[in-house]
Design a protein around this ligand. Structure first.
Ligand SMILES: [Fe+2]
Ligand SMILES: [Fe+2]
Length: 291
């Protein structure tokens, strides 16, 4: 697990850090059956929220890849074209690993196939409704959302300490790669002529289209589970969420600044901490990376 630096990266004004190398790595669980049913803080409420997020990841990331691929010929810069290629590889690997994790939820009575089919329909519907440029705009927003989540995972020990080792490894790997490629969709959106209003409109529309289905998934899985949720469990879930919500919302809000760029937030120190923490394992994680 990454040892996150204590100081939070600042938001430099006027300085843009160059992006790190985007490196696709495959992830394999070591002992998925050892992950407990309520793997986040031993709390069913937050665990099912995270499970719903995980179930949306495979179809969501395939949507991101299609949205980016649709405009890749608008990237004149060869460096950006290469970034698009490795971005797609990373997201493909993420989908596969989340598929494995999602399958494991069946052991706890979750109707994984029902949720998988539903998540697929929800994403396909968004793709059908939105024009292509808005699909790319939505991808830009969701990439920001995941990059902020990734940043928070490395920054906030409460999040990491609430998970067993296996899930820390899993989410840290995904988070690090989300940070590495966080600006790819954004840079392509700009290269394709996407402006501020479209970027914001796409974000708001996509959020509206995903919020209710997401809530539905959480509720259905809690029903599948059948465990009565006590007042204490809800209070504990609220306590953890409140602790994280403030800084997370502030980081999310940067998206709505007209001059926003994902690398305004330089979270490379977290990445470097993770590279160091994976040490020798990085060799095997990196084995699929292009030479
Ligand atoms: Fe991803
Ligand atoms: Fe991503």
């Amino acid at each position: 697990m990454a040892t996150a630096p204590q100081a939070s990266p600042s938001l430099p004004t006027g300085s843009r850090s160059g992006p790190p190398r985007i490196q696709p790595r495959r992830f394999a669980f070591r002992d998925l059956p050892s992950v407990p049913q309520y793997w986040f803080a031993d709390n069913p409420v937050i665990t099912h929220v995270e499970n719903a997020f995980s179930l949306l990841i495979p179809p969501g990331e395939r949507f991101f890849i299609r949205s980016v691929r649709h405009f890749e010929d608008r990237a004149e810069d060869p460096a950006l074209r290469e970034q698009i290629r490795v971005f797609a590889q990373q997201e493909g690997h993420h989908s596969q690993a989340h598929q494995d994790f999602n399958d494991s939820l069946a052991a706890f009575g979750i109707d994984v196939e029902r949720e998988r089919a539903y998540a697929d329909r929800v994403i396909r519907r968004i793709e059908r409704i939105l024009p292509k440029k808005m699909c790319l705009g939505a991808t830009v927003f969701f990439e920001h959302l995941t990059a902020v989540g990734a940043h928070m995972l490395f920054r906030e020990p409460l999040i990491r300490d609430s998970m067993p080792e296996e899930m820390q490894r899993f989410w840290s790997w995904h988070a690090a790669e989300e940070i590495e490629h966080k600006a790819v969709a954004f840079d392509l959106f700009r290269a394709a002529g996407g402006g501020y209003l479209l970027r914001v409109a796409s974000a708001i529309t996509a959020l509206c289209l995903i919020a209710i289905p997401f809530d539905r998934m959480v509720r259905r899985m809690m029903k599948d589970d059948g465990k009565p949720v006590t007042r204490e469990m809800r209070a504990e879930a609220r306590r953890i969420q409140m602790k994280i919500a403030g800084p997370q919302l502030r980081l999310l809000a940067h998206y709505f600044r007209p001059g926003f760029h994902p690398w305004d937030l330089d979270d490379r120190p977290y990445l470097e901490g993770w590279y160091e923490s994976i040490g020798a394992e990085g060799e095997s994680l990196s084995s699929t990376a292009r030479a």
